[in-house]
Each structure stands twice: as C-alpha cells, then as structure tokens.
Design a protein around this ligand. Structure first.
Ligand code: DAH
Length: 369
C-alpha cells in the first residue's frame, strides 16, 4: 500500500516537473507502457487471490487513472504553452501591404499594333498576312525593283543560304511583298479569316515583322511594319492623304496633328511620297500636335502600273494606293520611348515600366483600349 502511495507521489512530482512533451511521453511509457511500472502492477492482479484482488484492484486501477489524468493534463498545458510561444514568434502583421505580385505586361509594340489595327478596321480595312521568309520575286522583282538595281542593296537584306533548287530566300525587308501575295491570290494556305487573295476592290492592312541588317537608336535588325493597300477603279492620291490624315488624328488622339507629303522615290509607287508629322522636339521629348519640327513616319504612293501587271491585274482597269508605317517607331513616338533597341532587349524591368495592362478598359472617345 505504502508502495503504491510512494509510486503515485513520485510519478505525480515527475509529471508536474516535465518540461516538454517528449518528457511527458517518456513518463507515460515508463508508467503505462507495455512493461511500465503500473502495467506490471495491473498484470500482478491476475496472480492474486480473489480477496487480495478485491482489495488491491481498485487501488491499482485508481493509481492508473490518476497517473493517466495527470499525464493528459500536463500534456495539454505544455501543448498550449508551445502554441502560445509559436503565436508570439510568428505573429502576422495584417497591416502590412501584400507582397508584390508579378503581372504580365503587353509589349508596347503589340499595344501600338492593336491600336493601329482598330483605327484601320474602323475605316473598313481587312487584315492580310504573309511569310517572314520570302523569295526575291515577292520582296523585290514583283515590286518593280529592277534586277541588280542598287535599291535592292538599300534594304540591307538578310539573305539565307542557297536552297536545294539554287533559289536564295531572304528575311523580308518590308511588308510590301504581301501586297503582291494579296493581289496574286497566292496565299491560299492561310486561314480563311485572313483577307488574302481577294479580287479588287482590295482594302487591306498587313501588320508584320520585317528584317534589315541595321542597328542604332532608331533602327533595329527586326522591327514591325504595317502595310496598307487599296485597289479599285477610281482611287486617287487624295484618298491616300485623307486615309493617312484620319489615321494620324485617331491614332495620336488629337485633331491638332499636322501632316505633309514630301516627294520621294519607291520603285513600287508612282508618284511616291514620304509623310511627316509636325511635332515639337524641344525639351528632350517629341510632342505631336504642337511645335514646328517635322518627323518622317511613313512612305506611300500610287501603286505602280508595273506592280499591278506583275500581279496579274489589268493596269488600265485598276489603280490604287499603298503605304508602309513603322509600328515600333510610331509607338515610341506616341508613348515617348527614347531608344528603339530597348524594345527588343527583353529586359523585364523595361517591360514593366513601358508595358501595358492586358485588362485596360476601352477609351470611350476612341474605342481603343
Ligand atoms: N516598303 C517601304 C519600306 O519599307 C515602305 C513603303 C513605301 C510601303 C511606300 C509602301 C509604299 O506600300 O507605297 O521602306
């Protein structure tokens, strides 16, 4: 009997003194485990006489219950203390701003292209596309560049190695070869929503990548152009001027844009012109719609009869205009980006600064987003 009381007193003291959950578990095994001190006592009941068992049974069971309860209580106290310590150490400050979230941005060139397409689509232009890898015929010959003419060199062409048939392919130097493809109806492999291959009247724009061996602040070896082509029976230079003036006003979102045509030469148009917009270059940035400086933004003219004939159209029946705009350059102008080379340097910091949100609401004045 005294043994039981002594065992209980000793176990209770050790349970109260246990400093962590591992110590409580060790005590449980020591007392109540398979060969623990109390388990052994419980086993000894089987060897006792019925009288002895009747007397010892309740005491040993009482001891087991008391120790089990003390272990559970100590465990709960220690668990709570552990949680408190954890909460104190890992406190969450709900007043802190959330960590920055990396969002994708729309590249300014793609934003500019979308805006340009929206303006021309509103004027009734369809969309055409053509391959980046072109042949000499579509890029030069059909566009009335005479063979061996220095104008071919003017374009700083990236030539590809000779093909199996000896034909040299090239990376297109401009989007104008798609004019040829549209007029020739040559490109039937493209999806049907692309307006390639239609009979006149033709009214298409052709956005796309073009390539020239050239690199400085205003030139990159790959850049984007948007070509325009309108062919009908009675199209004049006046239509070209109106179309481009209207485009500029809508694209730059101001009626204050002033433009001028300067005579120029392109083999595929006659007459040919370059168009400038009036701007203000003072103060390090270019502002459209003010000032007295001029900036060239595109080339255009009346499609040369030789081009119409090279594409199988009757030049006595059909005539039209064409133009080519630099997409990246117009974007840089509208949004004030100083160096075109940065546009294709793949610097995420640059893109985060100059890029656009993919979820912009459309501007109610222009319908553009
Ligand atoms: N293809 C010309 C270039 O890359 C731009 C151009 C000029 C396109 C006049 C035209 C055009 O369609 O009529 O420099």
């Amino acid at each position: 009997m005294t043994d039981l009381i002594q065992l209980q007193t000793e176990l209770m003291a050790r349970i109260d003194a246990a400093q962590d959950l591992a110590a409580v578990e060790a005590l449980r095994v020591e007392a109540l485990g398979k060969s623990g001190s109390i388990s052994e006592l419980l086993k000894s009941l089987g060897r006792m006489s019925p009288d002895e068992r009747r007397e010892q049974g309740p005491k040993i069971n009482g001891l087991r219950d008391a120790v089990a309860t003390a272990l559970a209580t100590r465990k709960a106290i220690l668990e709570e203390a552990e949680l408190d310590a954890k909460l104190a150490a890992e406190r969450v400050d709900l007043t802190l701003p959330p960590p920055p979230e990396r969002r994708g941005r729309v590249h300014p060139t793609m934003q500019t292209l979308d805006e340009m397409i929206a303006v021309f689509a509103d004027m009734g232009f369809g969309l055409a596309e053509g391959p980046d890898i072109e042949d000499d015929f579509h890029n030069f010959t059909a566009l009335n560049f005479p063979p061996k003419h220095p104008a071919r060199e003017m374009h700083d062409t990236f030539w590809l190695p000779d093909g199996p048939t000896g034909e040299r392919k090239l990376l297109r130097t401009h989007t104008s070869p798609v004019q040829v493809r549209v007029m020739q109806k040559a490109n039937e492999k493209l999806p049907s929503w692309i307006a390639n291959g239609q009979e006149p009247p033709i009214r298409v724009i052709v956005p796309g990548r073009v390539y020239r061996s050239d690199s400085d602040a205003t030139h990159t070896p790959m850049f984007h152009q948007l070509e325009g082509l309108v062919i009908d029976r009675d199209i004049t230079l006046g239509h070209l001027k109106w179309t481009l003036d209207t485009f500029c006003r809508r694209f730059f979102e101001t009626d204050a844009v002033v433009t001028r045509f300067r005579p120029h030469h392109f083999p595929f148009t006659e007459p040919s012109a370059e168009m400038d917009v009036q701007c203000d270059r003072s103060g390090g940035s270019i502002k459209i719609g003010q000032g007295s400086d001029w900036l060239e933004i595109l080339g255009g003219g009346m499609v040369h009869p030789n081009v119409l004939r090279n594409c199988g159209l009757d030049a006595d029946e059909w005539q039209g205009f064409a133009f080519g705009l630099g997409v990246d350059r117009l974007g840089a102008l509208k949004y004030g980006m100083p160096d075109l080379r940065d546009m294709f340097a793949s610097d995420v910091r640059w893109l985060e600064h100059w890029g656009f949100s993919a979820f912009q609401a459309p501007n109610p004045a222009t319908g553009l987003s």
